[in-house]
Design a protein around this ligand. Structure first.
Ligand code: M7G
Length: 400
């Protein structure tokens, strides 16, 4: 299937013309799966019955926009199993030997569901996330966090808006209103001098030219607009949509609305809620400045205790699964730098629940109660794929 660089610059120009993508304020505009064309298989697992696809949606102009599609055979639902044997269907005998035989069934549609998760428009980072890669363990000290990880996270949490908005920033820069934080379509944005955006190795040719840098294994477009640009954070839009009830409001299982010690509990994207075997919920805290485990101190204990206690109570009330049958944990490193807690069924081998990534919330609470600075002192281990820009940063610093 065709591969090659995506026409991102063109896409951004089109987005500007339309006043930005339609995903930024709330949910993505409707489209059907048949609009998508498969480009390649990123990864598949015969054991988990799941395939990750790089797809694209062809626009009116003929340009493709990247998407990631995850197709997953759903688990059996106990109450529907008898129907599998009873309902007339094509059951093909493959082999018969003594007391053993194997059939292949072609069940009716309602008994052969496939869950399709779509990320659209997908960034290069989404695509890389699902590509099978060599993985390495990083042992990150607090100094490594401050010197390598944190600057990297800060550099990644913004995207650059070009064109008209860049010019608007130029005007602000001209008026001397620098580093102004504001909201554009509900997203935090900041005007900053282009000199901070354009890598030093690339020299501007003219004040309005477009730049492409090939750093960090990712290509980025830069347009200098009279010396100023607008950078906007987009990665956590889905989190803010949930907290502000712009998306998934009807799925909320529990909310503690306290701005400081409150949170929202919703079913995770990975769970279809049809069966409890793979129960998966996620608690998103209302406070926006806590990025991860590394930011936690004893000051956050009331919040963490609320999440643990109220999360368990809400789950037993709604789903009848008791706290002793739940794995409640944080990821380090998380994919999204907004504090959240995973609640999964203990019997479910959820992705990311292994020792190199999961930190039990009850242990986190105990550690902070013993030492408020626990997570600013100890080294933390986490896995990184060899192609991840952060892995390269650790390599450059001679840490792997
Ligand atoms: P993470 O620890 O930051 O990273 O967890 P991971 O995705 O590598 O595990 C983020 C969690 O949020 C994951 O369990 C995702 O499945 C879940 N999640 C991601 N998105 C984009 C959504 C969403 O839009 N809605 C809901 N309900 N969950 C999401």
């Amino acid at each position: 299937m065709a591969e090659g660089p995506q026409p991102k610059r063109k896409r951004e120009e089109e987005e500007e013309k339309n006043g930005g993508t339609d995903t930024q304020g709330g949910a993505t505009a409707a489209f059907t799966l048949s609009d998508l064309r498969v480009r390649r298989v990123l990864r598949e697992s015969a054991r988990d019955k799941i395939v990750f696809l790089h797809a694209e949606r062809i626009g009116l102009s003929g340009e493709g926009t990247d998407a990631v599609v995850i197709l997953e055979k759903t688990p059996f639902q106990e109450e529907k199993i008898p129907d599998l044997l009873k309902k007339p269907m094509n059951a093909e005998l493959q082999m018969h030997n003594d007391i053993y035989c194997t059939f292949y069934l072609s069940p009716p549609p309602e008994l052969s569901e496939i869950k399709a998760t779509v990320v659209y428009p997908a960034t290069e980072k989404h695509i890389q996330k699902y590509l099978r890669q060599e993985v390495h363990l990083i042992r990150e000290t607090w100094e490594d966090y401050k010197n390598i990880t944190l600057p990297f996270i800060q550099s990644q949490s913004f995207s650059i808006q070009v064109g008209f908005l860049g010019h608007w920033c130029s005007l602000l820069g001209f008026l001397g209103v620098s580093e102004l934080l504001w909201k554009w379509k509900g997203i935090d944005c900041v005007c900053i001098p282009a000199s901070q955006l354009i890598p030093p190795a690339i020299q501007p040719l003219s004040p309005y030219s477009i730049w492409r840098s090939e750093g960090d294994n990712q290509s980025r477009d830069y347009r200098q607009a009279g010396g100023w640009n607008l950078k906007c954070g987009r990665r956590r839009v889905w989190v803010y949509n949930i907290l502000e009830k712009k998306a998934e409001a009807d799925r909320i299982i529990h909310e503690n609305p306290d701005p400081s010690n409150g949170f929202v509990l919703v079913p995770d994207l990975k769970w279809n809620q049809n069966q409890l075997d793979d129960l998966y919920l996620i608690a998103l805290v209302h406070r926006r400045e806590i990025k991860s485990l590394r930011d936690l101190t004893a000051e956050h204990l009331p919040l963490l205790r609320n999440v643990l206690q109220e999360g368990k109570e809400a789950i037993v009330k709604r789903f009848g699964v008791s706290g002793s049958q739940l794995r409640i944990y944080l990821h380090y490193q998380p994919s999204y730098q907004h504090l959240h807690v995973h609640f999964t069924a203990l019997g479910y081998d959820a992705p990311g629940s292994s020792v190199e990534r999961a930190h039990l919330l009850a242990d986190v609470i105990d550690n902070l109660a013993m030492d408020s600075m626990y997570y600013q002192k100890r080294a933390l281990t986490f896995p990184l794929r060899a192609d991840e820009p952060l892995f390269k940063k650790f390599q450059e610093a001679g840490k792997v």
